[in-house]
Design a protein around this ligand. Structure first.
Ligand code: MG
Ligand code: MG
Length: 267
């Protein structure tokens, strides 16, 4: 069942999304070598709760944390832990917030200090492929148009691995609603989108091959070849002439640029 949202519902989802964005910006200011991903999770949970929301992921199908923090060869769904972050790490942070009955969902990948040009390109291209997908989220287009745009950029142009097992999704009252929004697919296929459809578009792009496996914790998704991966996510509302991006990277990018321990030279 696909739920199209009313104007009021869209504004409530925007509020939840902007809280997620503000939380990711808080993370951007806090991140540095020497801290643990569990410390990031604690910060994010406090920030979300202090703003009157509930972390969407906590206890979702048994997920035990506020954030998914995926470092280097971890693609998504990483467990925050006591491992200490170091210069050169690629850190993806995925967060959700539930407020006023609606979820918001967004993710961002950070590079710590000096990283290779290969990593910079991976981050830039993954972020670009997100926006290539977002551009297609207008009424009359099909979900496959989004999928194709993401895949075309990441896989065809840059020969990166596009993860197949995990996909974007509708969201609203539930964190995951229909339709699924894959990052690969054919133009002109899938659901024909109408105004008011709210979807999370979230390319998960591997520097090497597309194959993944699940770590022993049963959640953390890792690349089979051990190469790094990146993940950026926006929640987007389908509209007539152009998509309405309900989350925002503006404050995150400002935090990233202002933090001397983060590398913002990739885009
Ligand atoms: Mg997410
Ligand atoms: Mg999502």
């Amino acid at each position: 069942m696909v739920y199209y949202k009313t104007k009021d519902e869209i504004e409530l989802i925007r509020k939840s999304c902007l809280l997620v964005s503000a939380t990711l910006a808080e993370v951007a200011r806090f991140l540095k070598p020497g801290i643990t991903t569990l410390q990031i999770d604690t910060l994010a949970e406090k920030f979300i709760r202090d703003h009157g929301a509930i972390p969407s992921f906590k206890n979702y199908h048994g997920f035990p944390f506020t954030s998914c923090i995926s470092v280097n060869d971890a693609v998504v769904h990483g467990f925050p832990n006591n491992n200490v972050l170091k210069e050169g790490d690629v850190v993806s942070v995925d967060l959700g917030a539930f407020m006023n009955g609606y979820h918001g969902d967004s993710a961002y990948t950070f590079a710590l200090g000096e990283v290779t040009d290969d990593i910079k390109q991976l981050l830039r291209v993954t972020k670009e492929s997100l926006y290539k997908g977002v551009e297609k989220a207008v009424s009359g287009n099909r979900v496959g148009d989004i999928s194709h745009a993401v895949q075309e950029h990441a896989e065809k142009k840059f020969n990166y691995g596009v993860v197949r097992e995990l996909v974007g999704h509708g969201l609203g009252k539930d964190l995951h609603e229909e339709p699924q929004v894959p990052n690969y697919g054919r133009r002109g296929t899938g659901l024909k989108m109408k105004e008011g459809l709210v979807i999370a578009i979230e390319p998960m792009i591997n520097m090497g091959r597309k194959e993944i496996y699940y770590d022993d914790d049963g959640w953390t998704v890792k690349t089979k070849d051990g190469l790094p991966a990146a993940h950026y996510e926006h929640t987007v509302c389908v509209q007539k002439s152009k998509p309405d991006i309900l989350s925002s990277f503006a404050e995150i990018e400002a935090g990233e640029k202002a933090n001397p321990d983060l590398n913002a030279s990739y885009y």
